[in-house]
Design a protein around this ligand. Structure first.
Ligand SMILES: [Zn+2]
Length: 241
C-alpha cells in the first residue's frame, strides 16, 4: 500500500496467498485470498468511490500516476489507481462480514413481492429510498434518476405509496438500468476504466441525468433538475407521475 490513507489498519500478510475469487458486493469489489500456512482466509473490500480504478496488467508497468496500492502476482499485477483518493480498502476475515445487509438488486432474492414488502410504510421519497444501502445495495445517484424515469415514477413520490402496478415496473427498471450500465462498463464522467482499461460508455445512454432543459426522449417534455438530500435528481414531470 503506497497511500497511508489506505492503511488505517495494520495490513494483513498477503505474501504467498492466492486470489481465489473476485466478485461484486453492492458497490464494492470483493477480493478473496486463500488461507496459507497459519493464515486464515481473507477478504478485501474495495470501494472505488468517484475515481478509483482497479487495473489488471499482465506485465508490470512503471510510472503510473495516482497509484495508491499495488498487488504483485507471479504473473502480472493489480493496481489501485485513484486520483481523488476517496476509494477505501476494508479487510475482513469472513465473507459474510464483507457483505452488506441490503439485497443486491440483481440477485433472484429480489422479487416484486419482496420489493413491495420493503416499500410498505416507507415515508421517504422514492429517490432517497433507492439510495439507502440497507434495503437495496448498489443503486447510486445517477442510476436512481434513470430508474425512476424508466419506471415513469416521480422522484418526489413517497416510497410507501407506490401501487401494485408501479412496483413491478420499478423492479424492471432497476434491473434494466443496472444491467445495461454494467454491460457498457458503467458511466464515465472523468476517467474511469474497468480492470482491462476500458472506459464506460453508459453516459451516452442516459435518458435524464445531466439533461436539464433538454427534451425528454419519451414524451418530448422538458427534463428538470431538483435537489433531494443535497444531490441532483433529474426527471421529467411530463411522464413521471
Ligand atoms: Zn417525459
Amino acid at each position: 500500500v503506497l497511500d497511508p490513507r489506505l492503511a488505517t489498519r495494520r495490513l494483513p500478510a498477503l505474501a504467498g496467498r492466492r486470489v481465489v475469487e473476485v466478485t461484486r458486493s453492492g458497490k464494492r469489489v470483493l477480493v478473496g485470498f486463500s488461507a496459507e500456512g497459519r493464515h486464515r482466509p481473507l477478504w478485501l473490500a474495495v470501494h472505488l468511490r468517484m475515481t478509483g480504478r482497479l487495473l489488471l496488467h499482465e506485465r508490470p508497468v512503471r510510472g503510473t500516476d495516482h497509484l495508491r496500492a499495488r498487488f504483485t502476482f507471479d504473473r502480472g499485477e493489480l493496481l489501485f489507481v485513484d486520483p481523488r483518493r476517496f476509494g477505501t480498502f476494508d479487510w475482513f476475515a469472513r465473507r459474510e462480514d464483507a457483505t452488506p445487509r441490503g439485497i443486491d438488486p440483481l440477485s433472484p432474492q429480489l422479487t416484486a413481492r419482496t420489493l413491495a414488502d420493503m416499500l410498505r410504510g416507507a415515508s421517504q421519497n422514492v429517490k432517497a429510498w433507492l439510495l439507502r444501502q440497507d434495503r437495496l445495495v448498489g443503486v447510486g445517484n445517477i442510476y436512481a434518476s434513470e430508474i425512476l424515469h424508466q419506471a415513469r415514477i416521480a422522484p418526489t413520490r413517497r416510497a410507501g405509496t407506490l401501487t401494485r402496478a408501479e412496483i413491478p415496473r420499478l423492479l424492471g427498471a432497476i434491473r434494466g438500468v443496472l444491467e445495461r450500465a454494467i454491460d457498457k462498463s458503467g458511466t464515465t464522467f472523468s476517467d474511469f476504466q474497468d480492470a482491462r482499461g476500458i472506459e464506460g460508455s453508459f453516459q451516452h445512454s442516459l435518458a435524464v441525468y445531466g439533461r436539464e432543459h433538454e427534451r425528454c426522449r419519451r414524451c418530448k417534455g422538458s427534463v428538470r433538475r431538483i435537489v433531494q438530500q443535497q444531490r441532483s435528481t433529474f426527471w421529467c414531470p411530463g411522464c413521471q407521475r
